[in-house]
Every structure is written in structure tokens, then in C-alpha cells.
Design a protein around this ligand. Structure first.
Ligand SMILES: C[S@@+](CC[C@H](N)C(=O)[O-])C[C@H]1O[C@@H](n2cnc3c(N)ncnc32)[C@H](O)[C@@H]1O
Length: 257
């Protein structure tokens, strides 16, 4: 269904989605209630009468499992082959492909594109944002629905302005994990920040360092997103505030003109 491209990745240092993919899988079950994610997004998809979905940034397939089980015609696309492989091993009835949201090409236009879990915030440059929204437009049917969430710059950037350290804990299959994150505003491309994180696992009552990651993340204002959507020929239908584990976000639903 998809024509593959082999273009450079956005964040070469996104260790979390590559070497640490299994750690992601272990920890994010504690951070995100995927049943609740399913209830939230499936309500939107049903409201706009969309039964076939392309999920961008499908990760380890946690939302995919619910969508497939509930009869949606589902395809997941993710930049990381490690994430795609994990998703395929968990959701055998799902279709998963490796690809880049900036450059993928579906053979046939799709009914809906869903980009949850703040995946849009991995887009850093103006060129990356423009390419991605053009790509979404190109791959959606006329009247198709684009639904995504993004970290709200207006709330989040003041919170981390002088730099902020946070700890997140998780338990998976009786093993304790934690992550120390350091968020530092960088303002290189817009309202972006550096996210450096250290991952630990408890073994014999000792915390063992199991990996590190350092990446750039760009936050957006609602007004910026409205402009990007308008110039790429989308009509905004809904913008809703929603808190998603560590982040204040907005969820956008837009229709392709
Ligand atoms: C925060 S994770 C969300 C994963 C999953 N949706 C979940 O809720 O667990 C973001 C995902 O986006 C993927 N990603 C990052 N940049 C991408 C790009 N340019 N194109 C496609 N996927 C990308 C990452 O590999 C990662 O799996």
C-alpha cells in the first residue's frame, strides 16, 4: 500500500524509539491509558464516520490493538523500524509500515489520518512542518479527516523556562522503571526545547542505568497550527484542550478541502 522512501531521519538521537524501544514499551503502559486513548479517538472517528485509519507514529502498537480489535480498517506508519517490529509482533492483525510522516506516499488516498501522542512535536523546522502537512493533504481523500494532538507552547514553555527536572515511574511485568527528564528551552526553530533523559531499572534493590536519550521537541501555539492548516487547505472542525500524561496538549480535528 505504501511507497517507501529512504530519507534522513528528523532526530538522529531519538534513542527512545530505537535502541530503547523495549524500554518504551515497558514504561509507556504506565504513562498512558490506551483504553482511554481508544475511547477518546474512536469517538472522534465515529463522529466523522471514518472507518479506515492511517495512524502516524504508531509506536509499539498499543492504540492499534484497540482499533483493530474494534473493527477499524487500520494501518500504522512509524519512522522507527524497531517500533514497527514490536507493533507487528503484538498486533498480528494490524498492518504496520516503516515510513516518515514528511515523505510517505499511500497508493490510494485514505479516509482519515490520526497522529496522536504528540508525534507532531517531533517536527522541528518550517520545512519539515510544511512537507508533513502537504503530505497529509496529498494522502487524504477530499473530505478526509486529519486528527492530531500537540504540546501547547502557551502553557508548557513558561513551566520549563528556567529548565525543569521531572521523574516518571513505571511498573511493567513486576519490574520497576524510572526516568529522569531534563527539559531545557532551546528556541532554535520556534518554541522548542531539549529533552535529555536517563532511564533506570530496579534489579536486586539497586537502580541500574539502562539508557539515555537526548532529543529536540517543538511545541506550538493554537494560532500557529491554525495557520499551518489553513495554508495547506484544511478546515478546522474542532480544537480541544486535553492533558496527556506529562503535557498540556490540544487535539485538532481538521477536514481536507
Ligand atoms: C511519543 S511516540 C508515540 C507512539 C505511540 N503512538 C504511543 O502512543 O505509544 C512517537 C512515535 O512517533 C514516531 N516518529 C517520530 N518521528 C516520526 C516521523 N517523522 N515519521 C513517522 N513517525 C515518527 C516515533 O518513532 C515514535 O514511535
Amino acid at each position: 500500500m505504501f511507497i517507501q522512501t529512504n530519507l534522513p531521519t528528523i532526530n538522529d538521537m531519538d534513542n527512545l524509539y530505537n535502541d530503547l524501544a523495549k524500554v518504551y514499551e515497558a514504561m509507556y503502559h504506565s504513562f498512558i491509558d490506551y483504553q482511554e486513548e481508544y475511547d477518546f479517538y474512536s469517538t472522534i472517528l465515529k463522529k466523522y464516520n471514518k472507518k479506515s485509519i492511517l495512524e502516524i507514529g504508531s509506536g509499539t502498537g498499543n492504540l492499534a490493538g484497540h482499533l483493530v480489535q474494534n473493527g477499524f480498517d487500520y494501518t500504522g506508519l512509524d519512522l522507527s523500524q524497531a517500533m514497527v517490529d514490536l507493533a507487528k509482533s503484538k498486533v498480528s492483525a494490524g498492518k504496520f509500515v516503516q515510513g516518515d510522516m514528511r515523505y510517505f506516499k499511500s497508493e490510494k488516498p485514505v479516509e482519515s489520518i490520526l497522529v496522536p501522542s504528540r508525534t507532531i512535536n517531533h517536527l522541528l523546522t518550517g520545512e519539515d512542518i510544511n512537507t508533513t502537512f502537504s503530505c497529509f493533504h496529498h494522502n487524504l481523500q477530499q473530505g478526509g479527516i486529519l486528527c492530531f494532538d500537540f504540546i501547547d507552547a502557551g502553557e508548557f514553555m513558561p513551566l520549563i523556562w528556567g529548565g525543569k527536572k521531572v521523574m516518571h515511574e513505571a511498573v511493567f511485568e513486576d519490574t520497576y522503571y524510572c526516568r529522569e527528564s531534563i527539559w531545557t528551552p532551546t528556541l532554535e526553530h520556534g518554541m522548542d526545547f531539549n529533552w535529555t533523559s536517563f532511564y533506570f531499572k530496579k534489579e536486586n534493590e539497586q537502580l541500574i542505568n539502562i539508557g539515555e536519550d537526548s532529543t529536540q521537541v517543538r511545541t506550538f501555539t493554537v494560532q500557529e497550527m491554525e495557520i499551518f492548516l489553513k495554508v495547506h487547505h484544511f478546515t478546522v472542525k474542532e480544537i480541544t484542550a486535553r492533558t496527556s500524561y506529562a503535557f498540556p496538549t490540544y487535539v485538532v480535528v481538521a477536514e481536507r478541502d
